[in-house]
Design a protein around this ligand. Structure first.
Ligand SMILES: O=C[C@H](O)[C@H](O)[C@H](O)COP(=O)(O)O
Length: 269
């Protein structure tokens, strides 16, 4: 069901809206132009409506999740939310939450989480996800697999017909030791899907990207559907040297999608 969201969204925060939304009413009527970031923010704000005082919250990572974390910080500052405990899913989110004064803890002290809100790189029709293109998949999965409710927030560009369907990376976190050996083994698992595995690098010299957990990431690219996702997951996780992969299967309880037509809320059946 598509819910018209723009009037509420505009009313809640106009400070970062693009020009046409702020045009005076006397201006000639033209269709509002929304950026992808506007959609991310709209989805994030809608998700934060599910947050209640006293909750233990998984705080996601990425350009969409950071809007949710900002919003939670705002509501705490305004006194509209109280007694929140945040469990950040990355060092970056930890820093953001600290800067906003959100009280934080970890899974050792809070092994059960009421609600997590996070972005995703791909969402398939069954609400399976690809996550980790920002490199935070391991901590995200650790936090989000112990949530009573996991709300995923995306703009409509993240919807795919099948996992891998965007043609972009499905990240796998691997230990640095003999990463090439592991990358080749990963690639060989999915030969039939034309899999290519590439070490994620940063900077001009192509240094390996290092995760918060001091590991590397091998990005897998497919040119075909990889078939049964649970089988694929098991095969990846059985390889020594693999720490975790970015397929989040059967974990999302709700996906909030923002796009040209408004906000759509999809609940896990
Ligand atoms: O590692 C990064 C996370 O999984 C992000 O949640 C995911 O990549 C989506 O990020 P963004 O909201 O920036 O598209």
């Amino acid at each position: 069901m598509a819910i018209p969201y723009l009037p509420k969204f505009i009313a809640s925060d106009t400070s970062s809206m693009v020009g046409p939304l702020l045009a005076p009413s006397s201006a000639p009527l033209s269709p509002p132009i929304f950026t992808q970031d506007d959609f991310k923010k709209a989805a994030a704000y809608k998700a934060v409506e599910f947050v209640h005082s006293g909750m233990v919250l998984g705080l996601g990572t990425g350009s969409t999740a950071r809007h949710a974390v900002d919003r939670i910080g705002d509501l705490l500052r305004q006194g509209k939310l109280k007694d929140i405990v945040g469990i950040p899913t990355s060092k970056k989110t930890y820093d953001q939450a600290v800067s906003l004064g959100i009280p934080l803890s970890d899974l050792d002290s809070h092994p059960v989480i009421d609600l997590a809100i996070d972005g995703a790189d791909e969402v398939d029709p069954d609400l399976n996800l690809v996550k980790g293109r920002g490199g935070s998949l391991l901590r995200e999965k650790m936090v989000e697999c112990v949530c009573k409710k996991f709300i995923v927030i995306v703009d409509e560009s993240k919807l795919v017909d099948f996992i891998g369907g965007s043609g972009l990376a499905m990240p796998v976190e691997v230990v640095p030791y003999c990463w090439k050996f592991t990358a080749v083994r990963l690639q060989n698992l999915f030969k039939d899907s034309g899999c290519v595995g590439k070490l994620r690098t940063v900077g001009e010299n192509g240094e390996p990207y290092v995760t918060d957990n001091e590991n590397y990431i091998v990005d897998l690219y497919f040119n075909k559907d990889i078939g049964d996702l649970n089988v694929a997951s098991d095969r990846i996780l059985r390889l020594a040297g693999v720490v975790e992969h970015g397929m989040f299967l059967d974990m999302a309880t709700t996906v909030i999608v923002a796009g040209e037509l408004g906000i759509t809320i999809k609940d896990k059946q």
